[in-house]
Design a protein. Structure first.
Length: 470
C-alpha cells in the first residue's frame, strides 16, 4: 500500500510539467498551461510570436528552448515590436527618452566643455577608471542613467518596469497573474517609474524626496519606517494645478508615437483668449505683465506660476571598490536597491566576511566592481530662483551641475578626489551672467508645480522686462 501511494505521488509530480490529461482543469494549451497571463486583445497573438520557445515541449527546458524573455529590449525590439509598429519603433530610437541625450550632454559638457558629447552607446568603459572621462562615464553608466530603456529599474515596487517599448507601454504587477496588457496611452504610474525622486514628475504629484540620513526618514508607523515603493520616502507638497484638475502626464506630453513629429502641448495652446486647446483652461489676460504678446518669448510661464522648486545642493558621488560598510550604514537608503542590499547584507557581518561589491552597467547589463554612493550637502525645497537661459529668456533654474566625483580603489587609494565640472573651476561664463549671485552650476529646468502667480515674482518680472524693453 505504501509503495502504491509513492507511485501515485511520483506520477503526480512528474505530470506537473507535462501536457494536461484529457479534459482536466489543466486543459489549456501551450505556454498558458503554466503561465497565467492577462493580455489585451490586440496583442493576444500567441506567446511564441514575440517570445519564441517551443509551446509543445514536455518539460520546462524543452518549452523554453530558444526563449526570448524580453523581446521588446532595445537590441531586439525592431524584430519584435517593429513587425507591426515599424513607424513607432523608428521614432522611439531617436527620441530623447530613448537616447537620454539631454542628460548626457548636460553632464559631459559641464566636465568637458567644448568637447564632442558621446551618445549613450559611445560612453567609454575603463575598468578601473584611469582618466576623468572614464570616471564620469562610469558614474553615468552605473549610477546616473538608471532610467534608461535598457534597464528594468531598481528592485523596488514602483521602479520595476520592462525594457524598450515595454518600459512605458507594459504594465507591471507585483503579485497575481502576469499583466501583459499593452497600453497605447502611457499611464502616469509608468512615467513615475523613471520620473521619481527630486526630478520633474514627482513634483507634479506634490512629492519632495526626504533626505537620506536615517534620522530624517519619517514618519514612523508603530516604530517602523513606512513602505518605500520608490526606495525612499517623501514629503507631501502642493500638487500641480493640472494634476489637481485630473490631468495626466500624457495629456500634455504626447509628442506623437514615441517622440514623432507631433509637438507637446504648450501653455498657450490651452490658455489663449479663444480657448481652442484640447484642454481649455482659464484664458490668459494679454494685458497683464508677462502675458503681453511682446513678453511671451522673454519669460517662461513657470517664472511666475511655479509654486515651489527643488534646490538640492552639493551632490557628491563616490565610487568605492571596497567600502567600509559601517561608514555607509547611516546612508544605506539612497534610492539604489543595489547599494541598499549590499550595505544591509554586510554591515552586521565581521570584517573578514564582507563581500567585494558589484554594480550593474545599466546599458550593457554587465557587473563591474565597486559601488557608487551618493550624498548631499543640503536638500531643500524653497522659493523659485530665476535666471536667464542661453537665449536670454527669464526662466526657473536649479543647481543641476552642483556635483563632485570621487574614486577610492580597492586598496583604499584615492584616485580622484572631488572632481567637479570645469565651469566652476575655470570660472567660465554661463547662462546666468545677469545674476552674479547665482552659481553657473544652476541651469534652467521646468518645475511641474504650477499654481496661482506669485505676486513678488510678478513685480520682479515687471522691473526686469521694463529694463530689458526700455
Amino acid at each position: 500500500m505504501i509503495r502504491l501511494y509513492i507511485n501515485i505521488l511520483a506520477v503526480c509530480l512528474l505530470s506537473a510539467c507535462q501536457p494536461p490529461f484529457m479534459d482536466s482543469s489543466l486543459g489549456k494549451s501551450g505556454c498558458r498551461r503554466c503561465h497565467s497571463v492577462e493580455l489585451d486583445p490586440a496583442h493576444d497573438i500567441g506567446c511564441i510570436a514575440c517570445h519564441h520557445g517551443i509551446p509543445e515541449g514536455y518539460t520546462r527546458a524543452q518549452a523554453h528552448n530558444g526563449l526570448i524573455p524580453m523581446p521588446s529590449h532595445p537590441t531586439r525590439m525592431v524584430g519584435a515590436c517593429g513587425r507591426c509598429h515599424a513607424r513607432e519603433v523608428t521614432a522611439a530610437c531617436s527620441s530623447s527618452h530613448f537616447t537620454l541625450s539631454g542628460m548626457i550632454r548636460a553632464v559631459w559638457s559641464g566636465f568637458f566643455p567644448g568637447e564632442q558629447v558621446p551618445s549613450l552607446l559611445e560612453l567609454p568603459i575603463e575598468e578601473p577608471p584611469c582618466s576623468k572621462k572614464g570616471l564620469v562615464s562610469d558614474m553615468l553608466r552605473r549610477r546616473c542613467l538608471r532610467c534608461h530603456v535598457y534597464y528594468q529599474g531598481d528592485d523596488y515596487m514602483g521602479t520595476t518596469r520592462g525594457t524598450g517599448c515595454a518600459a512605458c507601454h507594459l504594465s507591471i504587477k507585483a503579485e497575481g497573474p502576469l499583466d501583459h496588457r499593452f497600453r497605447g496611452k502611457v499611464p502616469d504610474i509608468r512615467c513615475l517609474s523613471c520620473h521619481y525622486g527630486n526630478f520633474v514628475g514627482w513634483d507634479y504629484y506634490g512629492r519632495f524626496e526626504m533626505d537620506y540620513e536615517d534620522d530624517f526618514r519619517v514618519p514612523l508607523i508603530k516604530g517602523e519606517h513606512i513602505q518605500r515603493p520608490y526606495g525612499m520616502e517623501w514629503h507631501d507638497m502642493t500638487s500641480d494645478v493640472h494634476r489637481t484638475a485630473g490631468m495626466g502626464c500624457t495629456d500634455c506630453h504626447h509628442s506623437g508615437p514615441c517622440g514623432g513629429k507631433e509637438r507637446d502641448i504648450k501653455c498657450l495652446d490651452c490658455h489663449m483668449e479663444d480657448k481652442t486647446g484640447p484642454y481649455p483652461g482659464p484664458p490668459m489676460n494679454q494685458k497683464r505683465i508677462g502675458h503681453r504678446p511682446e513678453d511671451l518669448d522673454l519669460v517662461a510661464c513657470a517664472v511666475c506660476h511655479a509654486v515651489w522648486a527643488v534646490q538640492d545642493r552639493g551632490r557628491s558621488l563616490i565610487r568605492e571598490d571596497f567600502p567600509d560598510y559601517d561608514d555607509w550604514s547611516y546612508l544605506a537608503i539612497q534610492g539604489s536597491s543595489e547599494v541598499e542590499a549590499t550595505v544591509k547584507a554586510c554591515v552586521n557581518l565581521p570584517y573578514e566576511d564582507w563581500i567585494i561589491p558589484r554594480m550593474l552597467d545599466k546599458i550593457t547589463g554587465e557587473y563591474r566592481q565597486g559601488l557608487w554612493f551618493e550624498s548631499f550637502t543640503e536638500r531643500r525645497w524653497g522659493l523659485v530662483e530665476l535666471g536667464e537661459d542661453a537665449r536670454g529668456r527669464l526662466t526657473v533654474i536649479r543647481p543641476i551641475l552642483d556635483l563632485s566625483l570621487t574614486y577610492v580603489d580597492f586598496s583604499g587609494v584615492v584616485r580622484f578626489d572631488n572632481l567637479r565640472p570645469k565651469i566652476i573651476n575655470d570660472n567660465m561664463g554661463s547662462v546666468n551672467d545677469s545674476r552674479p549671485d547665482i552659481s553657473p552650476l544652476w541651469l534652467p529646468y521646468s518645475p511641474h508645480t504650477i499654481g496661482p502667480a506669485d505676486a513678488f515674482r510678478t513685480i520682479y518680472v515687471r522691473s526686469w522686462l521694463n529694463g530689458l524693453l526700455n
